[in-house]
Design a protein around this ligand. Structure first.
Ligand code: FE2
Length: 207
């Protein structure tokens, strides 16, 4: 049968890999970052929220990746975005985080330092109310059309970008060593919108 399907209004999770070697940057961040405990056991977050400002080459690589997602896929070429916050997360063995989303931003992303055997995935969950109203029998195969959770298992230099409203968490980290990543948020910047929805946001200094 010929047919066409449209995953209408589906959130777009983008996954790619940075090509450059950032091992020395990752090592420096791992040894120099101060962490405080996050909401759940074994999950830690850096005390700074502008970590990428210290690593301009890496920041520009992250921006290039985001701009590919924004321009080539979403076709938002005429709106500029900027990184508002960036921070380091550390998950120790046995760690898992709560589901959460990121506020005061439009897109978010994560960059992973290394691949780990039994390392924590990032897990997304569906908060669509309709999906939650029925409990039917298990599908014969799980795919992105019929699941309410989705896991990505990042490897070294993997960068993931997603709409900030998507609920997600760090899945169970079953490796023997800690997992490090850098997370970041993006906001539209400059002059955008039209008529009564026009806004100019320029040279915002968050930190
Ligand atoms: Fe997050």
């Amino acid at each position: 049968m010929d047919y066409n399907i449209t995953p209408l209004f589906a959130p777009l999770i983008f996954e790619s890999k940075l090509e450059k070697n950032y091992d020395s940057v990752f090592d420096e961040i791992k040894s120099n970052t101060l962490f405080v405990q996050h909401a759940t056991a074994e999950c830690y977050v850096s005390t700074v929220f502008n970590i990428l400002e210290n690593y301009q080459e890496l920041k520009s690589d992250v921006m290039d990746t985001f701009n590919f997602y924004k321009n080539q896929i979403l076709k938002y070429e005429s709106t500029e975005f900027k990184i508002t916050t960036s921070w380091v997360t550390k998950v120790r063995p046995g760690g898992i985080s709560h589901y959460h989303n990121h506020k005061n931003c439009m897109y978010s992303g994560v960059l992973y330092f290394e691949e780990m055997f039994r390392g924590a995935p990032i897990e997304f969950t569906n908060t669509n109310l309709y999906q939650d109203s029925f409990l039917i029998n298990q599908p014969s195969e799980r795919n992105s059309y019929n699941t309410n959770t989705w896991q990505l298992h990042p490897s070294k230099n993997t960068i993931i970008i997603f709409p900030s409203y998507l609920m997600h968490r760090v899945g169970m980290h079953q490796s023997d060593s800690s997992r490090y990543s850098i997370a970041f948020n993006f906001m539209p910047d400059g002059y955008f919108g039209y008529a009564d929805s026009t806004i100019r946001l320029e040279n915002q200094q968050i930190f």
